[in-house]
Write a protein that binds this ligand. Sequence first.
Ligand code: UGA
Length: 436
Amino acid sequence: MSKNICVIGIGYVGLLTAVGLADFGNYVVGIDIDSSKIKSLQSGKSPIFEPGIEEYLRKNLASNRLSFSVDVSKSIKDSQVIFIAVGTPSKENGEADLRYIIEVLDNIRILANEKKTIVIKSTVPIGTNRRLHEYLSKDCIYNHHIVSNPEFLREGKAVYDFFHPDRVVIGSNDEDSKEIMKDVYRSLNRINVPFVWCDWESSELIKYASNCFLALKIGYINQIASFSEIVGADVQVIAKAMGMDGRIGPKFLHAGPGYGGSCFPKDTRALSAMGKKVNAPISIIDALVKANEEQKVNIYNRLKKRLDNFNGKKVCILGLSFKAETDDIRESCAITIVNNLLKDNIDIQVHDPKAMLNFSKEFPNIIYADNEYEAIKNCDALLILTEWNEYRSLDLVRIKQIMRTAYIFDTRNVVDIGEMDRLGFSYDLIGKRTHL
Ligand code: UGA
């Protein structure tokens, strides 16, 4: 049976959840305090860049199963199931700030006219769902259900991931909420997506353990890459052969400039802090956090060394987002590199197909070029930090003509090595031989 659902907090996860659940046939209202965002959503315009999202947004608005509003009171009263997808930013001491979730629960306590199923989508520290349940149960006439339902969407592939998840994880402490969640996700049930039903704590930890494991794979291959450079091996061949072992798998073995984004850096730090807090340190994650920071700094140091301490040099950076297919720059390698270049007073020209607006808010005083060739012109180094498709097919003949010094540092291994050799470029790569 279709459910009346509201999704509170229309950030990245909230938007995907609202649109996806409406597409499953539920009646969904997306709620946010930002009225300009709500207006834009009502007109079918997505406030975030995510391939495919606007098509689903418009389709479901047109079918009247999806709407957006700032009226939280009405939506809470009208909805049987309330998804909470508000932000849980890190406090100064590294702990997650749950203030926005608590605000929503306080509203539910006052406004609910029946028992509700409250689904926590935000990534929260272990023990949070239990604490929220206790908090909400106090002085409340309804024993509302609290359900933990972590998300595993990748930015840039989030629409596909929503409709084709590897698994759906549901943590709860009662049987009724299971039946309700089965109904909410019935379309996935029908196509045999596996469901993992568990307690709150396991559900919360599945999210951290999964993200940290993926981050570990990346950290591992990055260190194997550094080792490969020294001993003359090729990390791409190694990763390919490793991935052929079904126990290892081929994914998340691309060596690069270190993982970034809003999830891996935050979740690795959080899991490490949580382990220490309960005296069960997960020291392998501490090592990973350190190694990932070093990876970014090492790239900078290699570049600096190659450019003879930057004396009078100009650097071009292609790729500012933390990965391709997103305009998100949070914890991207470009931030570390640009901060360091600015400290060293180096002229920088940059380009990114989607992330220049976001980057320019943090770094207004560098040169943003209209296209990659404008960014490369007159530079002494071309540093590629994001694996955008357009950077895989750069015209190297043209680049050779417009650069002051024909040197490329390709941290994503996207440029054709044979062509660089043929044209006489010097270059640095990750996990492969360098050519000077
Ligand atoms: C990650 C997880 O993949 C999602 O499952 C999860 O839902 C999400 O975090 C979250 O917790 O919200 P996302 O941050 O969008 O998704 O990006 P990923 O595609 O996982 O990439 C993360 C970082 O690792 C990027 O900087 C990427 O360039 C880097 N990476 C990834 C590599 O350096 N090598 C790889 O082989 C894969």
